[in-house]
Every structure is written in structure tokens, then in C-alpha cells.
Design a protein around this ligand. Structure first.
Ligand code: ADP
Ligand code: MG
Length: 323
């Protein structure tokens, strides 16, 4: 089964940032109000995610490291009604098969916590551990047993950059959750929980940019609602580092959406990227996120409705601002 997990790991984990993605998604699915991410040496020597979510019973903790032991889906029909971020039960076993992993967890109602160590997929028997309510997962030496994959890692600086970007995506999607990020012992971000989206954006983009953002005039379509912030085209940049698009709080990178945004702006040259924080909420029945575990593609049941709503939201906001 370790081999099957390593094969699955090839799909799920292509670099340290994808481990962070999976671990933080699990923390959010567990209802965490605080998520702390710590990395060392670009995540290659250590990645640690600590949350105050529901925690796991001893039995669930052992199961969590086995393939397809997800507790999140009752039946396959539910695949079209996914509101939770994880649903395949593949991430943790995959990660465990290509790293050294330590899991410590405690449910709030239990006195004693559980610790499990795992090396290349082989678990030690669970033992008692004094630990705060919630879950901590520590990954060290990613790819230590798959040298061919390890060779493809970029510099620590580059990998840390990818992790930081992934962290921001999570934090921008869930402003109601406190997100902390520590890199090589230094706290880089501590974004406190807020209901004010602009505050959360300010934590990452800075107060000055956040204050200048224009609130998007909310637009609706059948089963669709659009909100967010933008800056006019005159302040567009040549990189996409100020552009964030979420569908039901998952970051997406979708051609259809990108094109609709451009149309909403009335067109602009390729290579230019207006500052934009776009939050699409959509009836889960209208969208299939089950395309690929690690990719940001989506399939829409009624793409035309979404395109129309985006064009309306962006277009109306810009023309109201120009007046
Ligand atoms: P999935 O998220 O697709 O269910 P994962 O492999 O990511 O599968 O996780 C396996 C299971 O482990 C989850 O279904 C969940 O029950 C449990 N789990 C993982 N991480 C956490 C966490 N941070 N808090 C509570 N439970 C967790
Ligand atoms: Mg998961």
C-alpha cells in the first residue's frame, strides 16, 4: 500500500507548497479558528501545521494515515455537493508515504491526546501525548525516500515563496480564521480573525493598497453571487501577484473566469493584470471541483450565467467609479 500511496503522492504533492495546501485544508475542514504554519528551509526540512479544530480520536488518527479513510463523504453522489475542501482521503497517506510525519491530536472533550509517528508510510502504534485540543502535523524531510523527486525541488527561497503564496490564498479565503506564518523561526504574518475583508487584505497587501481598493458592486445570477474588490485598469501590473479569485473559498485559476474579468474591464492587453480580489459563491450543484486533486480547474454546469454575473459585477463597479 505504500507504493500506491507514493503513486498517489505524485498526483497530490509536487512540491512543499502542496503539502501546506492539504494540511491547511484539513485544518479548515476541522473547523479551526486558528491555523499556524511553520516552515524551515523552504519547507524541505520542516513543515508544521497546528490547528485548534475538532481533533481526532485515537482510532481516527490511525485511520487518517491510511488510504481512502476519509470521514467526510457518505456516498459518491455527494461528489457534486462538496462544500468541504477535502474529500478523497488521499492527502495524508500520500504525504506520509514520502516523508517523516508526526501527528499529535486531541479532541476537545478528551483529557489525553494521541501521538503517532510515521516514516515512509509505516506507523508506530499510537501513544498518549499531552497536547492542546486540535491537531498538529509535522512533516520533515519531504521526499527523503524518493530521491528522484527530491532532485526536482528548487531553491529553499523559491519553495518558501510558493508556500507563502499558498498560505496567503488560504488566509484571503477565510478571514474569520486567524492565520500565522513562521519562517525559519521568524513570524512573517499574524493575521487576526476579522469579518472585514479589507482588513484581511491589508494584512497582506498593506494598508495603503487595501484602503484604495474599490468594493465590487455585488452581482447575482441563478445560484451565483459575486463580491470583492478591485483597482482600475490604470493600476494594472505585469504580474498576477495582486490577483486572487475564489470559488466557494477555493482559489481557482480558470480561463473562463479570467476571460469574463477581462470583458468586465472592457478588455485589456494580454500580460496586464488588474488588482482584483474576486469572491464567487455558487450553488455547489452547479460546479464540479473534482477535476484534479492538485489543480485549480473547475467545470461549470452553466458557464454562461457565471460569465454574465462577473461581467456585470466588474463592469458596473468600474462605470460607477468612473462617474
Ligand atoms: P480528506 O481531507 O480528503 O478527507 P485527508 O487524507 O486529507 O483526506 O485526511 C484524512 C482524514 O484525516 C480526514 O478525513 C479527517 O478525518 C482527518 N484529519 C486530517 N487532518 C485533520 C485535522 N487537522 N483535524 C481533524 N481531522 C483531520
Ligand atoms: Mg484533506
Amino acid at each position: 500500500d505504500t507504493l500506491a500511496s507514493q503513486v498517489a503522492a505524485g498526483e497530490v504533492v509536487d512540491r512543499p507548497a502542496s503539502v501546506i495546501k492539504e494540511l491547511v485544508e484539513n485544518s479548515l475542514d476541522a473547523g479551526a479558528k486558528t491555523v499556524r504554519v511553520e516552515i524551515r528551509r523552504g519547507g524541505i526540512s520542516l513543515m508544521k501545521v497546528t490547528d485548534d479544530g475538532c481533533g481526532m480520536s485515537r482510532e481516527d488518527a490511525s485511520l487518517a494515515l491510511l488510504r481512502h479513510a476519509t470521514s467526510k463523504l457518505a456516498c459518491t453522489e455527494d461528489l457534486f455537493h462538496i462544500t468541504q475542501l477535502g474529500f478523497r482521503g488521499e492527502a495524508l497517506p500520500s504525504i506520509a508515504s514520502i516523508s517523516r510525519l508526526r501527528l499529535a491530536t486531541r479532541r476537545h472533550e478528551e483529557v489525553e491526546g494521541t501521538e503517532i509517528l510515521c516514516e515512509g508510510g509505516d506507523q508506530t502504534p499510537p501513544r498518549d501525548a499531552g497536547t492542546a485540543p486540535g491537531t498538529t502535523i509535522e512533516i520533515s524531510d519531504l521526499f527523503y525516500n524518493t530521491p528522484a523527486r527530491r532532485k526536482f525541488l528548487k531553491s529553499e527561497e523559491t519553495e518558501a515563496g510558493h508556500i507563502e503564496h499558498q498560505f496567503k490564498l488560504h488566509a484571503l479565503a477565510f478571514p474569520g480564521v486567524r492565520f500565522m506564518f513562521t519562517r525559519d523561526g521568524q513570524t512573517v504574518y499574524d493575521a487576526v480573525a476579522t469579518t472585514d475583508m479589507r482588513q484581511r487584505i491589508a494584512d497582506f497587501a498593506g494598508r495603503t493598497q487595501a484602503d484604495r481598493l474599490i468594493a465590487i458592486l455585488p452581482a447575482e445570477g441563478p445560484g451565483i453571487s459575486i463580491t470583492g474588490y478591485l483597482l482600475p485598469l490604470s493600476e494594472a501590473r505585469r504580474n498576477r501577484r495582486q490577483q486572487y479569485i475564489f470559488l466557494n473559498r477555493r482559489p481557482i485559476d480558470d480561463k473562463l473566469v479570467t476571460r469574463a474579468i477581462r470583458d468586465g474591464f472592457g478588455g485589456f492587453p494580454t500580460g496586464l493584470h488588474p488588482a482584483l480580489y474576486l469572491y464567487i459563491e455558487m450553488d455547489p450543484a452547479l460546479v464540479d471541483v473534482n477535476v484534479h486533486p492538485a489543480k485549480r480547474e473547475v467545470r461549470f454546469r452553466r458557464p454562461g450565467d457565471l460569465v454574465a454575473a462577473i461581467i456585470e459585477a466588474v463592469g458596473n463597479t468600474l462605470s460607477a467609479h468612473a462617474r
